[in-house]
Ligand binder design. Structure first.
Ligand code: APR
Ligand code: ZN
Length: 380
């Protein structure tokens, strides 16, 4: 790849020209990385709900044309000035949020919400100069989440790149760059269920199933899956879910149903729906005295969380988490190692595969609710 260092690379990218319209595979120009940036070759990428949400222009500030994609795995092609911990050939996962290692958040052991590189869905350009590294015949194309992985090459800030074990299969571990780590981390880093405990997971999409996988790894004895969609129940067994509750099957609030099933409430619950009613139920279904609830899903912008304060006074704890509390550069390599040591299974999250030229099929699968994760192969 050394022949391309310092040069503009011409390659294929899937460009979203308009909200909700199929992506178009185009020849794009990818500029060399500037200071503190890395240009990487994407080998595998997968589709996540956040891509679809912004592609449908449900975000506040839709930017088009744009290159979506943020869950991926690939190889460093070249690095810009000031990048000392990565070199061409390194195997990496781009991450939609970052870790500058210098701000108060990065220096705190308790936070992963980097001041400099925290997720920004409205920014479509690189931080250093406010410009895009992508263009088509000179017309700039916007970035997405600082990653834009639906392209054979992309430019990412070094703080948004996790260097991983080169033996890890990128077609599998690419899913650890967003959704799976989010659910897993919410359970193992934040909810922290003691061995033998009873856990509820609200929402059995990829994020919730990753939370269930975390509970299984932590040794929970009962994992209660809650979802409005009964089609989610069958597959969830593979992720350690032992019992199911569909709120629609009951004529009382689901938190009461769960309290009855568990002699007063679960020890831990994790909400992975984005629905505020589910968030309230997830909190109110934990046992008084010790129960902990963790919110993960991204709610509607006007949502309000309402509960009686006595629920907190009775020694229930409510927490929220972002990206499973993982620091991208410091922690994600060790999540990959959990996969390498067979503690964590990721294959079961991968339900579909498509070549890059058929990337729009991945959108169809997700919109129909058929897929957990669809891997898009850049090399066909
Ligand atoms: N009660 C129970 N389950 C619900 C409810 C509810 N009130 N509302 C939605 N669900 C279920 C859906 O039926 C679906 O199966 O939550 C599940 C969410 O799964 P996906 O849509 O596949 O989403 P996923 O990729 O897992 O992400 C979950 O995390 O990233 C955030 O905000 C994002 O809301 C998303 C959440
Ligand atoms: Zn920082």
């Amino acid at each position: 790849m050394s022949g391309t260092v310092g040069q503009v690379i011409h390659c294929r990218a899937a460009v979203a020209w308009e909200a909700g319209k199929p992506l178009v595979i185009e020849q794009v120009e990818v500029a060399p990385p500037q200071a503190m940036e890395v240009r990487m070759k994407i080998l595998y990428t997968s589709l996540c709900h956040t891509d679809v949400y912004f592609w449908e222009a449900k975000g506040q500030n839709p930017l088009f044309p744009r290159i979506y994609g943020h869950e991926a795995g690939g190889i460093v092609e070249s690095v810009g000035e000031g990048v000392t911990d990565l070199k061409p050939g390194d195997h990496v996962l781009p991450i939609f949020t970052g870790e500058c290692k210098e701000c108060a958040h990065c220096k705190s052991e308790e936070s992963n919400m980097c001041d400099l590189l925290r997720i920004n869905t409205d920014r479509g350009v690189m931080l250093s100069d406010g410009k895009s590294r992508f263009s088509i015949k000179g017309q700039p194309i916007y970035h997405f989440l600082g990653t834009s992985t639906f392209s054979e090459y992309t430019v990412v800030h070094v703080g948004c790149i996790a260097k991983i074990n080169p033996l890890a299969p990128l077609d599998k571990v690419c899913v650890l760059s967003c959704g799976i780590s989010t659910g897993l981390g919410a359970m193992v880093n934040v909810a922290k269920p003691p061995k033998g405990s009873t856990v509820a997971v609200f929402g059995l999409g990829a994020v919730g199933l990753a939370a269930a996988e975390g509970a299984r790894i932590a040794g929970a004895s009962r994992i209660i899956g809650v979802d409005l969609n009964p089609n989610r129940f069958q597959g969830a067994k593979k992720f350690g879910v032992t019992e199911f509750v569909n709120p629609k099957d009951h004529n009382k609030p689901v938190q009461e149903v769960i309290a009855e099933m568990t002699n007063g409430g679960v020890d831990r619950s994790v909400e992975c729906t984005g629905n505020v009613e589910a968030m309230i139920s997830a909190f109110e279904c934990v046992h008084d005295g010790w129960g902990v609830a963790v919110l993960v899903g991204v709610p509607h912008k006007d949502a309000v969380f309402k509960t009686h304060p006595i629920n907190l006074l009775n020694e229930r704890t409510l927490k929220g988490t972002f990206f499973g509390n993982y620091k991208p550069r410091s922690d994600i390599p060790s999540v990959v190692e959990k996969y390498m040591s067979k503690e964590l299974e990721v294959e079961k999250f991968i339900t579909h595969q498509v070549p890059f030229s058929e990337i729009n099929k991945a959108f169809d699968y997700m919109l129909k609710g058929e897929s957990l994760r669809c891997i898009i192969h850049m090399e066909e």
